[in-house]
Design a protein around this ligand. Sequence first.
Ligand SMILES: [Zn+2]
Length: 124
Amino acid sequence: MTNFYLETLVRLGRVSSDWRLLEMSCRDVPDGYLRMKGAIPTGVYRSGKRKGRCKFPKQLDTHWITDADVESTKFIYEQTTGKCHECEGTGKSWCGWGVDTGHRYKDCPRCNASGVTPKEVRAG
Ligand SMILES: [Zn+2]
């Protein structure tokens, strides 16, 4: 799945594609803003419980983006791929998970399960 929040930071040139998003919050921030924290991994744990997982510096970077920035990223995605950003072209949208059922999906309401960018969004 595309992480449109992370994509937004990369698109705005705030972070490189090596950067990993670790924390995201819209609490205690101004309306329409998102606070994102993360870092570029410094290495990988070679042993112990966290073996194979990335190591990060103690001090994470903080970046701010707005809802509008994220909307633009989704818009650009749709213009360049022709796919619906909600379901990323699959026509299915995730609607839950259960231990017995696994991931549950329903028809994507944005594109009517077609997977393509809705007409009114498409340029021309
Ligand atoms: Zn869709």
